[in-house]
Design a protein around this ligand. Structure first.
Ligand code: SF4
Length: 239
């Protein structure tokens, strides 16, 4: 989250669970088999367990994942797994408690460690750790993170810091993201905009067009590769 805060979305603009679920149903009919809930932070959404339960039971959906900062995972991991979530990705950029607090502006890294344990116990595996390489990350720090992930059976992926506005992005080390040649993802924002690409300003409104039409237009406008996005922010279009 930016230091200066964000423009809050009006409650009535946020999609209801019913709208989200019917969007996913339509997406699955179109041939989409993998769904990931991102954010912001998805675990702060009230009723998230119920949303997971409703999405997980959609016929034809093969994989349901969630990307989280891990802070609330200790509380929710068992219920999420029971509701049908398959796995989690956890954002963790450092193992140094003070640095973690500074990056997240208040987070306690011990909550993340407890969240990782809870996710493992609940079987939300394989667990992927997303680490954004900071310009000031030292090699020693990254080596420590690699060792931590190896010891804890976590898949570590390094992501270079990206910039939507200047179009600065690259392939995720150890993952599939950022590779335009094979990218077949589409994104739905909390207020109902479907986007063909992170680094592109096209978006189609589910509320205006209906899910089926918005998905069709989004897929048709999927660019060969990303360019720039001067209107989007990572905190509302996910990563
Ligand atoms: S097409 Fe867009 S979303 Fe997909 S990898 Fe390229 S820049 Fe990222």
């Amino acid at each position: 989250m930016p230091e200066e805060g964000i423009d809050l979305m009006a409650h009535e603009d946020v999609l209801s669970f019913e709208q989200i679920v019917s969007f996913v149903e339509e997406a699955v009919k179109t041939g989409i088999t993998k769904v990931r809930l991102t954010g912001g932070e998805p675990l702060v959404r009230k009723g998230i367990i119920e949303l997971v339960r409703q999405i997980a039971k959609i016929d034809g959906l093969e994989d349901l994942g969630l990307t989280t900062n891990g802070i609330l995972l200790e509380k929710y991991a068992a219920d999420l797994a029971q509701a049908g979530l398959n796995r989690v990705n956890i954002s963790l950029d450092t193992l140094i408690p003070q640095k973690y607090r500074k990056i997240t502006r208040c987070g306690d890294i011990n909550d993340v460690f407890k969240g990782i344990d809870a996710a493992k116990k609940a079987g939300l595996t394989p667990i992927k750790i997303n680490c954004v390489r900071m310009p000031d990350s030292s090699e020693t720090e990254l080596i420590a993170l690699k060792a931590f992930c190896k010891d804890n059976n976590l898949n570590l992926r390094f992501i270079r810091q990206m910039d939507l506005e200047s179009g600065d992005f690259s392939i995720v080390e150890g993952g599939e993201g950022g590779n335009c040649k094979i990218c077949n993802r589409i994104r739905l924002t909390a207020n109902g905009k479907v986007k063909p690409c992170l680094f592109n300003q096209n978006e189609f409104d589910v509320k205006e067009l209906g899910a089926k039409n918005a998905i069709k237009k989004t897929i048709e406008s999927k660019p060969e590769q990303g360019s720039k996005n001067k209107i989007g922010k990572f905190y509302n279009i996910g990563g």
